[in-house]
Ligand binder design. Structure first.
Ligand SMILES: Cc1cc2nc3c(=O)[nH]c(=O)nc-3n(C[C@H](O)[C@H](O)[C@H](O)COP(=O)(O)O)c2cc1C
Length: 326
């Protein structure tokens, strides 16, 4: 019997922050939620890693989060990857009680992931996909969602249709599609017509993803494909304002433009938030590079950011780049 999809949390907006390893840390997610992202998703996390961290946590007296997040982020989804159904079930049991949604990664093109039959490689494995989705549903009572690519390579570019059917049969609550193949990586354009095809073929909400850089792109994807929500990745790097702009465009037909200086200014809020979590300095510095994009003399600012060795130097580097922008 097909299980009913579990109810999703209420989303405050139709634009979600895409999971991005190395980018969507809890501080970045917080900035995006504060500016209207309807849902934020953690970086993908290995099921084995979660199980091992929980073991360590218990041995060390139970302190600390296995996957860091804050209450202010809610609704927040945790993205898992892996191909070991048992480990995924245990991981879902560990993180499920803390998160609003469990998302399963069927899109990662990185060879070290696809070699383990995980990420995008799962698109070729409908039986394993079924076992994994069942295991995730057994592991916790949270809604399970799936994020997938369209296919593996040019001659298997439509595997998403079969994978989506399996997901629906296993009670997935929502399906996100990045319509490129695994072998395409990030080259070319994503094929939005495949998002429309997915929307026509499933009954659960569909999230369209791929190449949204402006509020108008988000509106166009919603209108052209009929998808229920959009998910923004690279366009939101160093630019959390994109979410409030999408919401304003959809609700009022217009939005406030943000200058490069306003975007760079938001980096100080990022730094403040980052102090609450165990985010390492090189990560914070890499985020600074993204926030200063578009500033006059950005190349000079980037060189100073790259040379900074602690938070104080980094703050001064961004501050000086901003001073030059006034
Ligand atoms: C740096 C980076 C890291 C990513 N990490 C993940 C990830 O952890 N999980 C995932 O499902 N997708 C990941 N993606 C893919 C994005 O979620 C998204 O599907 C893709 O970038 C297309 O959307 P965009 O054109 O809005 O960037 C990553 C993309 C980038 C650029």
């Amino acid at each position: 019997m097909t299980p009913l999809p579990r109810p999703l949390p209420k989303f405050a907006g139709r634009a979600f922050l895409a999971p991005m390893a190395g980018v969507t840390d809890p501080a970045m997610r917080l900035l995006c939620r504060r500016r209207g992202a309807g849902l934020v998703v953690t970086e993908f996390t290995s099921a084995h890693c979660i199980v091992a961290r929980e073991g360590r946590r218990q041995r060390c007296g139970g302190a600390g989060d296995v996957v860091e997040f804050s209450e202010e982020e809610r609704p927040v989804s945790v993205q898992l990857f892996g191909s070991d159904a048992g480990a995924l079930e245990r991981a879902a049991g560990i993180v499920g009680p803390h998160f609003d949604v469990i998302d399963y990664n069927m899109g990662c093109p990185a060879p070290h992931i696809t070699r383990q039959a995980a990420g995008g490689a799962l698109l070729q494995e409908p039986d394993l996909t079924r076992r994994i989705l069942r295991a995730l549903a057994r592991g916790s009572d949270r809604p399970v969602t799936v994020k997938m690519r369209a296919g593996v390579s040019g001659d298997s570019a439509r595997l998403f249709l079969r994978a989506a059917r399996v997901a629906e049969e296993e009670g997935a609550s929502m399906i996100a599609l990045h319509p490129r193949t695994v072998s395409q990586g990030y080259s070319g354009r994503s094929d939005w017509s495949l998002i429309a095809e997915l929307k026509r073929s499933v009954g659960v909400p569909v999230v369209g993803n791929g190449d949204i850089a402006t509020p108008e792109d988000a509106r166009d994807m919603l209108e052209e494909t009929g998808c229920d929500y959009v998910m923004i990745g690279r366009g939101a790097m160093g630019n959390p304002f994109l979410f409030e702009q999408v919401n304003d465009l959809l609700e009022r037909g217009r939005y406030r433009a943000r200058s490069p200086a306003e975007r760079a200014g938001a980096f100080f809020e990022y730094m403040e938030a980052a102090r609450r979590f165990s985010i390492r300095f090189p990560r914070v510095r890499a985020q600074a590079m993204r926030f200063v994009r578009g500033l006059p003399r950005a190349a000079r600012a980037r060189a100073r950011i790259a040379a900074s060795r602690d938070a104080g130097q980094l703050e001064r580097a961004v501050g000086e780049a901003l001073g030059g922008a006034e």
